[in-house]
Design a protein around this ligand. Structure first.
Ligand SMILES: [Cu+2]
Ligand SMILES: [Zn+2]
Length: 209
């Protein structure tokens, strides 16, 4: 038995010799592997970039007044944690403090009667009451007021995690989409259903970028 084992050992090739003999062809394989990895990484990076686009979605809004004339834009971006930043920039609007909200329908028709009624009520998938300061609130679509100066220009930058651009129960891109609507008066952030913010003076559909 032991003899057999010893004999079989003798007949086995020396592993270190085998490694040296194979090292040249292994080297060539390494080079090929290197190229393969480089190309592989490049395509991996491209697919990562694609993935980031999906993970951090963005949207835009072209705002018009009740005559259908452009009064500004809004941009939305969602970060990897689901926090959405909204940046609104307007011109040619009446000076003052204006309620502004995400509304539940992605149709912002200035010719609907009354103007922009096509956009429905505030986006409210959780069936809450209106207002950032309402103890029974808040609508997902509620936002801080927009301040317009004496020149008719104004801007608002705010963040919210009450809505998302990505898929989910509070996405703005639900079955019928969503709009951004600006009102004639200040939103008191308490009174249901719209904070006594008056008529709708501007709006636009939220469009995925
Ligand atoms: Cu509104
Ligand atoms: Zn509301």
């Amino acid at each position: 038995m032991l003899k057999t084992l010893l004999n079989s050992r003798k007949t086995q090739p020396d592993i270190s010799q085998l490694t040296i003999q194979q090292s040249n062809s292994f080297g060539r394989q390494c080079i090929r592997l290197g190229f393969g990895l480089t190309f592989g990484c490049a395509s991996l990076l491209i697919s990562c970039a694609d993935h980031n686009d999906v993970a951090t979605p963005s949207a835009t809004v072209a705002l018009v007044n009740t005559s259908g004339a452009s009064v500004g834009t809004a941009e939305l971006t969602e970060d990897s944690k689901g926090m959405v930043t909204l940046k609104v920039s307007v011109k040619g609007l009446p000076a003052g403090i204006h309620g502004i909200h995400f509304h539940e329908v992605g149709v912002a028709d200035p010719k609907s009667s009354p103007a922009f009624s096509s956009s429905g009520e505030h986006y409210n998938p959780a069936s809450r009451k209106h207002g950032l300061e309402n103890p029974d609130g808040t609508h997902a679509g509620d936002l801080p007021n927009l301040i317009v100066d004496s020149q008719g220009t104004g801007s608002l930058e705010t963040t919210t995690n009450r809505i998302t651009l990505s898929d989910g129960p509070t996405t703005l891109f639900d079955g019928n989409g969503s709009s951004l609507i600006i009102h004639a008066s200040v939103d008191d952030q308490k009174t249901d259903p719209s904070g006594n913010s008056g008529g709708r003076i501007a709006g636009g559909v939220i469009v995925r970028k």
